[in-house]
Design a protein around this ligand. Structure first.
Ligand code: ADP
Length: 480
């Protein structure tokens, strides 16, 4: 593997997690080994000490019952029985002079321990020592004990059996440790790779998106863990960004197509007047036309801004208690002269009160847009009816029905789009922004507007609004 690739692996989270995992495992195994090792060695030492004390008691009993000579021969016999390389016995005077011992040819390096003899004389307590012999692997445990008046017994016992056991234990531990740390690293690597693979999927998707493909999404697993939550939050964020970018695109398309026409008309008027205008009247009429077109233009720009603000959530609602029945009555009263002029019947069917919490300015605008359209697209002799009802005590439903020209089935899915106008209604004045604004305001209240229509028979627009204060959410947020 090339060095650079190895180095980049070293920087990965999976590698570092594996290292941590294996490291923690190795350290905790070593701690467990040390504890076990200390325990075993102390148990072994305790057992040896008990054996030495047992022998010392035996010697003391023989001395008191059978005398010194019996003790001397007991020392020889015991050493021979156990093996001269296993134990030795020395009998010393209280000044440390040897007056009898077992076969000491193997134990020449173990001298008279003056310090131990002094300590025994001083404290009158048995003295244990662990002695290392030069060039010999196994240590010796030595006991100095007073077995009779002025007689000290020095007993030594090789710790060979214990060392063999401890060495075997060390070797087994080392081999097991190497295997287990290798296994822990493997398992750690597998688990870390599994955990970070989802993060890598997020990174890959983010990279693809930065390359221009906004419709990509991160695959979301079914475990519902933190990584799945990250993936679905990331997808929600992408959805929102995609909506916003689509809207910005639509907006710039709209500006290019629909705002261009009034500007072209203003320019055309000015050009014609400049080339053909002879008197002040022509210039006055051009100025009046320019003011009219500019007002239209301003109105369109303002409406577009309102839609964008409502959809993006910049325009916060000013919620208050509203009696919608009152608002409907006021709107009908205001538009009654228009209906009368057009010879339309305008009926208002509402309960006495209909309370809800919402932004008065926004709801008034929705009402006036729906009523304006109903009156505009209903020929003389027709009728417009506004009705108000409640559903399950949680929703308010406002319906605006007319017997007007209706909307072709093909146009129905598009009428809420910005600047969309059905061909058959182009003879009427309008910008094609009214319904977009109404729906943006309704959605800003967590409500909506739907439509049903039959061509030549009439249309019915239904506004649904929650009665209580809806939580704030941008109108175009489709994440919930
Ligand atoms: P505008 O009324 O300014 O044209 P709107 O956004 O309010 O724009 O409406 C978009 C289009 O939907 C209208 O141009 C019209 O074609 C259609 N429309 C809306 N309301 C009605 C209605 N009540 N009856 C028939 N067509 C309608």
């Amino acid at each position: 593997m090339p060095l650079r690739r190895l180095r980049s692996y070293g920087k990965t989270l999976a590698f570092r997690l594996t290292l941590w995992y294996a490291g923690v495992f190795a350290v905790s195994s070593c701690v467990a080994f040390l504890l076990f090792y200390t325990l075993i060695t102390s148990v072994f030492r305790e057992r040896t000490d008990q054996e030495l004390l047992g022998q010392a008691r035996e010697f003391s009993a023989v001395l008191s019952t059978r005398g010194l000579e019996a003790v001397k021969s007991l020392a020889m016999l015991e050493a021979q029985a156990a093996g001269v390389k296993k134990v030795f016995f020395r009998l010393l005077s209280s000044r440390g002079e040897v007056f009898s011992s077992s076969n000491m040819s193997y134990w020449q390096d173990i001298d008279i321990r003056e310090a131990a003899i002094k300590q025994l004389a001083r404290d009158r307590r048995n003295v244990f020592e662990t002695i290392s012999i030069p060039n010999r692997k196994d240590k010796v445990r030595v006991l100095h004990v007073m077995v009779g008046p002025g007689i000290i017994l020095q007993i030594g016992q090789s710790m060979e059996t214990d060392s063999r056991f401890i060495d075997a234990f060390k070797n087994i531990f080392l081999i097991t440790m190497v295997l287990l740390v290798g296994l822990a690293a493997g398992v750690g690597w597998f688990m870390a790779r599994r955990a970070v693979s989802a993060v890598e999927a997020v990174t890959r998707t983010a990279r693809e998106i930065s390359g221009g493909t906004l419709d990509k999404r991160v695959p979301v697993g079914t475990r519902g863990d933190e990584i799945d939550q990250l993936a679905s939050t990331f997808n929600q964020m992408l959805g929102r960004i995609e909506t916003l970018i689509t809207e910005i695109r639509e907006m710039s398309d709209n500006i290019a197509h629909d705002l261009k026409s009034p500007i072209t008309r203003i320019r055309g008027m000015a050009e014609v007047t400049l080339t053909t205008g002879k008197g002040i009247e022509e210039y006055e009429s051009m100025a009046a036309g320019t003011v009219e077109e500019c007002d239209r233009l301003l109105d369109m720009i303002n409406t577009m801004l309102m839609i964008t603000k409502a959809e993006s959530g910049v325009d916060k609602r000013n919620d208050e208690d509203i009696d919608l029945a009152r608002l409907v009555h006021d709107a009908c009263e205001l538009l009654a002269p228009v209906a009368e002029d057009k010879k339309l019947s305008l009926a208002c069917d509402t309960p006495d009160t209909c309370l809800l919490v919402g932004d008065r300015r926004m709801i008034q605008r929705i009402l006036s847009n729906l009523l304006d359209n109903a009156l505009k697209f209903t020929p003389s002799g027709g009728s417009v009816k506004v009705s108000l009802s409640e559903k399950d005590g949680r929703e308010t439903i406002l319906a605006v029905q007319d017997t007007g020209i209706g909307i072709p089935v093909d146009d129905l899915p598009h009428i809420f789009e910005r600047f969309y106008r059905c061909d058959q209604s182009r003879s009427e004045p309008g910008t094609g922004l009214g319904l977009s604004l109404a729906r943006a305001f309704a959605r800003a209240h967590q409500g909506d507007i739907t439509v049903s229509s039959a061509l030549g028979q009439g249309s019915s627009f239904t506004l649904t609004l929650p009665k209580s204060r809806p939580p704030y959410r941008p109108a175009n947020d489709k994440s919930a």
